[in-house]
Design a protein around this ligand. Structure first.
Ligand code: SAH
Ligand code: SF4
Length: 402
């Protein structure tokens, strides 16, 4: 399979959410300056804009309101004006599935074409939300289901932030309405405590929208997720890695998966453009790297492909000098794929070698496999949707394909 390497990533650079005629713009996903500009455009007085923006920001992101009518410290007239001009609507949930292990997967509709599937993984003391950056992916990693999806578009900042808001809504993770207006909303003890950009898509091919969304997610007066609890995973878009560090400042994960270029060229075809040595140089230079702030290297365990003891030793050699932890991911199969997951003993032996070299090498427990929510199983094709929803989605996709 040849990846579209010569061309720039084919996904559309959607800045503003695509809207139906007459649909109101959303204030979700805008920076403070963006909200201020929208308020100015509807005639809010310049001297009021800062204060109104701060109030609206708090209601949307700290309190999770979806209705301007609930913004109690905003005057009644202003609430009505805002309601007439804007929306706070979330992406629509088409389906929700709950796995035996408590993992939840939502199917969200992102008009006009496509759907995304954020996944929530509960663990003791924390919960991780796995967020998508694109519908589909322009890259074609040979072991990843998402890479087989034909339709690709960038998600907007509104749609990326929307995944977090919907998850908090559905989990009851926003403060309840009785919380006094203006009261501080603690960020501890939330069900969604961590975010990983590890759903569908390559986040560094949708940099501007991902940046905007993650800066909103980490804003201390809103969703308040610490940047240390936000991880951006990339398959290795080397030129964007320094910008991710400087402009977003989240934790970084690299989908490495192979220790030799000839094999990585097949597993992660982007490697032909940015080979392992260049990728690791970018990692060494990642801003803010330290033993307390390590890079996670993801390594999918593929039987007889990349799982030998020699591979493990080479991995250790390659990463020397980089503050790193290694996340071993048992391969999650999907219909029609030719790879198999390594045997459990092989994974443990691999993990032992990496561990003895001083690297933490947790084996990621597959979560949500029964609902195809595990890593690499996400695909927004609609086989698993109810027939009515599938037809509606297909109609939307067909409408917008020209
Ligand atoms: N595109 C980005 C982020 C999304 S993928 C990236 O590739 O990093 C999230 C992780 O799941 C990546 O490490 C990816 O390589 C891995 N993955 C993909 N398909 C998988 C599968 N079938 N089984 C296990 N992990 C998989
Ligand atoms: Fe895209 Fe990541 Fe899947 Fe590769 S592993 S096809 S980069 S989503």
């Amino acid at each position: 399979m040849t990846a579209p390497l010569a061309a720039a990533p084919a996904a559309e650079a959607v800045k503003k959410p695509p809207r139906m005629p007459g649909e109101k713009p959303s204030l979700v996903g805008l920076s403070r300056a963006g909200i201020g500009a929208e308020l100015a455009a509807i005639g809010v007085e310049p001297k009021q804009i800062r204060m109104r923006t701060a109030q609206i920001w708090n209601w949307i992101y700290a309190r999770g309101v979806t209705d301007f009518g609930d913004m109690l410290n905003v005057s009644k007239d202003m609430r009505a004006t805002l309601d007439g001009a804007f929306t706070l609507a979330r992406p629509e949930i088409v389906a929700e599935q709950v796995s035996e292990d408590g993992t939840r997967k939502w199917l969200m509709r992102f008009p006009p074409r496509g759907a995304g599937r954020p996944v929530y993984i509960p663990e003791i003391g924390r919960g991780t939300l796995c967020v998508s950056s694109q519908v589909g992916c322009t890259l074609t990693c040979s072991f990843c289901h998402t890479g087989t999806q034909k339709l690709v578009r960038n998600l907007t900042a509104e749609e990326i932030v929307g995944q977090i808001l919907v998850a908090r809504d559905r989990l009851g993770d926003f403060p309840d309405k009785s919380t006094p207006v203006g009261a501080a909303v603690p960020s501890e003890g939330r069900l969604v405590s961590n975010i990983v950009m590890m759903g569908m898509g390559e986040p560094l091919y949708n940099f501007d929208n991902v940046k905007e969304a993650l800066l909103i997610a980490s804003d201390g007066e809103g969703l308040s997720l610490s940047k240390r609890r936000i991880t951006l995973s990339t398959s290795g878009v080397v030129p964007m890695i320094p910008r991710a560090g400087e402009e977003i400042g989240s934790m970084l994960a690299i989908s490495l998966h192979a220790v030799r270029d000839d094999l990585r060229d097949i597993l992660v075809p982007l490697n032909k453009k940015y080979p392992i040595a260049e990728l690791l140089d970018a990692c060494r230079a990642y801003p803010g790297l330290s033993n307390a702030r390590r890079i996670t290297f993801e390594y999918v365990m593929l039987k007889d492909i990349n799982d030998s003891a020699a591979d493990a030793r080479e991995l250790v050699r390659l990463l020397r000098g980089i503050p790193a932890k290694i996340n071993l991911i048992p391969f999650n199969p999907w219909p029609g794929v030719n790879y198999q997951c390594s045997d459990w003993e092989t994974i443990e032996a691999f993990s032992d070698i990496v561990n003895r070299a001083g690297y933490a090498s947790p084996i990621r427990t597959p979560r949500g496999r029964d609902i195809l929510a595990a890593c690499g199983q996400l695909k927004s094709e609609s086989e698993r949707m109810r027939a009515r929803e599938r037809l509606a989605l297909e109609a939307m996709m067909a409408d917008s394909e020209d």
